[in-house]
Design a protein around this ligand. Sequence first.
Ligand SMILES: O=C(CO)[C@@H](O)[C@H](O)[C@H](O)[C@H](O)COP(=O)(O)O
Ligand SMILES: [Zn+2]
Length: 259
Amino acid sequence: MVGAGRKLVNNDVRSRGHQMRDGAAAFVRQELRELAAAVDRLAAAEHVAALTAVADATAGALRAGGRVLFCGNGGSAGDAQHLAAELVGRQHYDRGALAGIALTADTSVLTAVGNDYGFDHVFARQVAALGRPGDVLFGLSTSGASRNVIEALAAARAGGLTTVAFTGEKPGEMADADFVVAMPAGGTAQVQELHLAAGHIVCGLVERALFPRDDQSGFPKDDQLGCHRGEQGLPGDDQSGFPGDDQSGRPPVTAERVG
Ligand SMILES: O=C(CO)[C@@H](O)[C@H](O)[C@H](O)[C@H](O)COP(=O)(O)O
Ligand SMILES: [Zn+2]
């Protein structure tokens, strides 16, 4: 009897396990389907035009010697750092360094300003300190309601920076930015996922505009690149100011910056 009872329990647990796995699989599929639909909506002409315009403005600012600042909270703080890294480092291929700065990374500044002036000012104060007319500030907020991001955009506007807002469907007060990309997505996580996709697209366009490659028909595949600058058809001094090592004898991946 005890054995049969135990078997019943085990079968029960096993079938509940199956149900949970089925439930999890359905959840995974549902999440992916919803994300794919959101990505599809982002491909609509108005968003494509907005992202292209943002990339043009950003590339223009960098070309003129400006810098690109990023800010956001939580997951958007991660996005801010991620996107700044795409500019400073490389996205699709080796090229000169681009000036991207995340305003989310210096804990001394964040805690000092937060402590002394309040959390609403942690980004605006850095915009006032670091931003110059002609620079670009990207503010990322899924809700469009983060006070410190709204204040940063206001400080940027006052300082003559170009402002870009990445938001969810409702930009709220962030609608005042020069460029607003309102992600056509549902919850916070999905908006963040579109923010990152959109940010990658903008950084990819900027890279391509400032460091044109022979083949402009499409982005090179990472696995086709190799890591030797000489193999990548990077333009020489006369075209870009970013010579390959074979032409200049400088170390690979120079620290020069556009502007
Ligand atoms: O990543 C997540 C949730 O996905 C959270 O950390 C989220 O970023 C935080 O709640 C933020 O404070 C949300 O700020 P915001 O996007 O509304 O400006
Ligand atoms: Zn998240």
